[in-house]
Design a binder for this molecule. Structure first.
Ligand SMILES: [Zn+2]
Length: 104
């Protein structure tokens, strides 16, 4: 059972924390796969402001790391989308070539 007041106190401390280490590899991995360790029923996020719930605090040493992750994540999603589009375009180009082949 998590102590509500203790959790809020820790969230407050975490929000003011600027020191902490997190490997670049881990950040890149999370940006690529997405951070999904905070379930919808997370009790902590209900009363810890600014997304400072215990799941996020357990993974990211400081809010800066978390915000960096969010930036990298949205970039990763952009790349994924572009990848999907690039893939679709190259398939189309391929089938066009095939069409032309058949008309020769
Ligand atoms: Zn959570």
């Amino acid at each position: 059972m998590i102590d509500l007041n203790e959790d809020m106190k820790q969230a407050e401390a975490w929000l003011n924390n600027t020191e902490g280490e997190m490997s670049e590899d881990q950040l890149i991995y999370l940006a690529a796969t997405g951070f999904e360790d905070c379930p919808d029923f997370c009790g902590s996020k209900k009363y810890c402001k600014d997304e400072a719930c215990s799941c996020i605090r357990a993974t990211f040493p400081t809010p800066d790391h978390y915000h960096l992750y969010l930036l990298m994540r949205s970039q990763a999603i952009e790349w994924l989308k572009q990848g999907i589009i690039a893939n679709a375009v190259s398939k189309e180009a391929f089938s066009n070539e095939k069409c032309q082949e058949e008309y020769k």
